[in-house]
Design a protein around this ligand. Structure first.
Ligand SMILES: Cc1ncc(COP(=O)(O)O)c(C=O)c1O
Length: 437
């Protein structure tokens, strides 16, 4: 029995509203790796919601911590007032961040974390007398959320087109190269030279105009695009040489997705800032954060006269107490269940081997993976778009996946077991034969 008469009023985000409302897919509850829909079907959540429910659904410990916090202190202003749980959460978070990133600026989403990081970059350049460094460099196929800064540095055309003049930004080329790297296991071998394009952009615009470079270590929403071996280190070298900040957008790659707390540790590259969201609270409460190099914080804060606000930026819900409680309980679960490293162990190897067994199935032109994130790419013989149809077929067969064009993306909860991976692979194989054989 539904408590609403019509679906007309909810304008759904990033959704084909008319198609959805004609054939809705309504999820009523979720537990572990499973979603349960309104038709009584049990569906394997192969994307951990939107790459966020890393510890699986329905974690009582998180829900209870949130409830208790709401009864103790539901809300207070984070401007000029404080609460213990915000300081406690920041202190706990930086135990997981790279060595020199010990300052946390809180937001409420990945998009807001990105906006905050871009503004921190500008504030830092201004504070040290380099206000001429105002330009950003992003990358093709990047997704950095939906706010104006994020779509400016982002590299997905539909998200940018139609939204008017954006920030002064240039873009690196993306690193997807099926002709040389198809069916790579882990990081692809070819393509480090794409990082050298940054050197060209620096020469073209002048280092004295560039504030920061922002990249996702592994592009998620752009179709799971992996960095070629050595590529991120090369970006780091070029940024350091030209006094340009490097921001890693780890909204997806953070919190164990690749088998380490952050991609930064996995790939041994330390950026100047990391943006985070999603898995920071296991997706249960909205939360975003920017992890900032100490020297950046010190420079911005020390440049302002004593007693004045140093950075004119923040959100009503920055460090929301209930989200902080969710985050602390999430960190407890990650630690007690070893989830942040799990993807780099046996389960990650099983996931890789199982997905690569799809090589040779009709219509599949690439499988790529790292930790517990992967993509299977299709090409229909007649060139038509098939991703959305495959996504729908998967759902009908009890598997929730994400389509990006003809790429099907996977980012299962980090608690996934072998039998669930087998279900993913069996479903994909049978759909490939049904559609393309
Ligand atoms: C890398 C990256 N950055 C930013 C975002 C935006 O996060 P949100 O949807 O929480 O605003 C996303 C969302 O998928 C993301 O993948």
């Amino acid at each position: 029995m539904k408590n609403y008469q019509s679906m007309d009023h909810f304008w759904m985000p990033f959704t084909a509203n008319r198609a959805f409302k004609n054939a809705p897919r309504i999820i009523e509850r979720a537990e572990g790796v499973w979603l349960h829909n309104d038709r009584g079907d049990k569906i394997l959540d192969a994307t951990a919601g939107l790459w966020c429910v890393n510890a699986g659904h329905g974690r009582r410990q998180i829900a209870e911590a949130m409830g208790q916090q709401a009864m103790k202190l539901d809300y207070t202003s984070p401007f000029n007032l404080g609460h213990d749980i915000g300081f406690e959460f920041a202190e706990r978070l930086v135990k997981y961040t790279p060595e020199n990133l010990n300052r946390v600026f809180f937001a409420n989403s990945g998009s807001e974390a990105v906006e905050s990081a871009l503004k921190i970059a500008l504030a830092y350049q201004n504070a040290r007398g380099k206000g001429g460094k105002y330009r950003f460099i992003g990358r093709e196929k990047a997704y950095h959320g939906v706010n104006f800064g994020g779509i400016s540095v982002g590299g997905l055309t539909p998200n940018r087109k139609g939204f008017g003049p954006l920030l002064p930004v240039d873009h690196l080329p993306h690193t997807l190269d099926l002709s040389r790297n198809a069916f790579s296991k882990g990081l692809p071998e070819h393509g480090i030279e794409k990082a050298l394009e940054l050197e060209n952009l620096v020469q073209f615009h002048g280092a004295e105009t560039i504030a920061a470079v922002i990249v996702e270590p592994v592009s998620g929403a752009g179709g799971v695009v992996l960095p070629p071996i050595g590529y991120l280190k090369k970006l780091r070298e070029i940024c350091t040489r030209h006094d340009i900040l490097l921001i890693f957008d780890e909204v997806i790659t953070g919190w164990g997705r690749l088998g380490a707390p952050f991609a930064s540790q996995k790939f041994d590259v330390e950026p100047d800032m990391i943006t985070s969201a999603k898995g920071i609270t296991n997706g249960v409460a909205p939360m975003g954060a920017v992890f900032v190099r100490d020297e950046i914080y010190d420079t911005v804060v020390n440049a302002a006269p004593e007693g004045t606000i140093e950075f004119f930026h923040g959100y009503t819900y920055s460090a929301h107490p209930v989200s902080c409680a969710a985050g602390l309980a999430t960190l407890d679960i990650y630690a007690s269940e070893g989830l942040l490293e799990r993807a780099s162990g046996e389960i990650g190897e099983y996931f890789e081997a199982a997905l690569h067994s799809l090589k040779g199935e009709p219509g599949i032109v690439d499988v790529r993976n790292c930790g517990l994130v992967a993509a299977v790419q299709y090409a229909a013989p007649d060139g038509s778009l098939v991703g959305p149809k495959i996504m729908q077929r998967c759902y009908e067969k009890g598997l929730s996946v994400r389509a990006v064009g003809d790429i099907i993306a996977f980012s299962p909860p980090l608690i996934i077991e072998k039998e669930h991976i087998d279900q993913i692979v069996d479903t994909l194989g049978s759909i490939a034969r049904e559609m393309f054989a």
